[in-house]
Design a protein around this ligand. Structure first.
Ligand code: C2E
Ligand code: MG
Ligand code: MG
Ligand code: MG
Length: 278
């Protein structure tokens, strides 16, 4: 099984040169063009502090506007990038795009950290830590203004190497958030090795939790578990006010979802946040 995981996360260099249409209809070569021609952008979605009732952060979410095919979801093109060896190019673009947004937010007096998603294969790439720390320096961004969202899958792909890299980043002051918690196939024992400060409960537990007792119990248990581990909790996929209120009552720290705000182009997001009373 270890070998299988390894193989799955080792980009196949041969495929980089070949242009082929994947089942999802996305050509990996198109993605390289997209990166170079500015077809990609980072959108931002607000993260709310449930106690202070204040926007205290944002998640950067990649968007691809294809000239012929229209908008392509990251849920579609990221797996393609991972499977074609194109992911290192994408990661480099995403790190730069995110840090640019943090610098921009700062220069506008918006004091919010921005969370960057790291692909499940990012930790297999050479020089990820150097890329991130170098990027912070280049953009003049304080490490505490960057949060890395990492999935369980990314961590278990190579536990030792992943832990090492996250520890280096954490020592430099970059915070780590475990994304989509509970839907990966990892054992919780890896939490012993990882310096995560935050846990994001996957939307599959949150969105319908008021109409499903099992989901509600899972959310409650996860909040308790995270707090026991000294971690803050973010609930993802909060689509209505009733769920938002219930999460506050359950002592969940942070919330993200349509009930608070949908992802928006970064400029629009920042204009609105700058205009909001603080
Ligand atoms: P994720 O990190 O779990 O991001 C949350 C996803 O849930 C986003 O989808 C967001 O638009 C969506 N969402 C937010 N609030 C709600 C809600 O209330 N209800 C529902 N139903 N959905 C909500 P998106 O933007 O399509 O991204 C999908 C996934 O693609 C992300 O999941 C993340 O794993 C990946 N991704 C996105 N941007 C990047 C990136 O820059 N780099 C990498 N490596 N992965 C990315
Ligand atoms: Mg995320
Ligand atoms: Mg998530
Ligand atoms: Mg999710």
């Amino acid at each position: 099984e270890q070998a299988m995981l390894q193989a799955r996360h080792e980009p196949d260099r041969m495929l980089v040169c070949k242009s082929r249409i994947t089942p999802a209809g996305v050509d990996p070569a198109d993605l390289l063009t997209a990166i170079n021609d500015g077809q990609l952008s980072m959108w931002l979605q607000p993260i709310l502090d449930l106690r202070r009732r204040k926007i205290v952060g944002a998640e950067a979410l990649a968007r691809w506007r294809h000239p012929q095919k229209g908008d392509i979801s990251p849920g579609v093109f990221i797996p393609v990038a991972e499977g074609s060896g194109m992911i290192s190019h994408f990661t480099r673009w995403s790190v730069n795009a995110c840090l640019q947004l943090v610098a921009e937010a700062r220069s506008r007096g918006l004091d919010i950290p921005i969370a960057l998603n790291l692909s499940a294969t990012a930790f297999a790439e050479r020089g990820l830590v150097e890329q991130l720390l170098g990027g912070l320096k280049l953009w003049g961004v304080a490490p505490r203004d960057l949060v890395l969202e990492v999935t369980e899958t990314a961590i278990v792909a190579d536990v030792r190497r992943g832990a090492q890299q996250l520890q280096q980043l954490n020592a430099a002051g970059v915070r780590v958030s475990i994304d989509d918690f509970g839907v990966g196939n990892a054992s919780v024992s890896y939490l012993k090795e990882f310096p995560a400060t935050e846990m994001k409960i996957d939307q599959s537990f949150v969105t319908g939790m008021l109409g499903d007792l099992r989901s509600l119990q899972i959310v409650k248990a996860m909040i308790g578990f995270a707090h026991q581990m000294g971690m803050r909790v973010v609930a993802e996929g909060v689509e209505d006010k009733a769920t938002l209120e219930a999460l506050g009552d359950l002592n969940c720290n942070l919330a993200q979802g349509w009930a608070i705000g949908k992802p928006k182009p970064a400029a629009e997001f920042m204009d609105e946040l700058a205009a909001a009373p603080r």
